[in-house]
Write a protein that binds this ligand. Sequence first.
Ligand code: APR
Length: 234
Amino acid sequence: MRPPAQPSIVILTGAGISAESGLGTFRAAGGLWENHRVEDVATPEGFSRNPALVHAFYNQRRAQLKEARPNAAHAALVRLERAWPAEVLVVTQNVDDLHDRAGTRNLIHMHGELLKVRCGLCGAVHRREADASRETICPACGRSGDIRPHIVWFGEMPLEMDRIGEALARCGLFVALGTSGNVYPAAGFVEQVGPGARTLELNLEASNVSSRFAERRLGPATVLVPALVEELLG
Ligand code: APR
């Protein structure tokens, strides 16, 4: 008799997975919003009011990112993706590139990417490691004047929601990792899995939506994630 097929896995990650790489989380004291109102730096209205301030905020975060390295939790997810016999999809709310640098291939950046900017004139998205401003020239259309960070701000639609919804509906295991469950739609993904799917939360403390998971483990990501991956592959 053939062994039962292994189920596909969806892993939602949040700022907690990057905390041990030195990147601040959003809602912790001293988090990234300190000194900035969310309305000013993370909404389309804030950008219209003061594009220079918003670009300066993301330029600073882009510079911080260069100092950070992927940690053992990012590495364990790469190991899982490579060794698991079915699909492993990592959906991250993080705009950092630590999953990419660790080597995760099947990855959705649902809230955009810090190292990309978007042209409001032609819609092209391109990689940008250096500082950006509204006047940065778009390499696709050659014009300047409407460059913005490729970040999903409050009030905007996260990216690739159809693909995420399909993956959640057919997965056998959903893991939420390092996210406080404050921001939707990601906080509601646990409700979108199909019947019979296993749901597991890994976080430093119980999240806002912890009770909707069948299982939870509390601790740092660099301990919990390698242990889970060993368990799944073992
Ligand atoms: N290991 C595991 N979890 C951790 C660790 C760690 N080392 N350090 C912190 N955490 C947990 C915190 O306890 C918290 O519950 O990670 C969570 C981080 O929560 P938030 O700061 O709210 O970040 P996140 O949930 O990713 O935010 C979601 O909100 O502001 C928006 O768009 C932004 O993508 C972001 C979204």
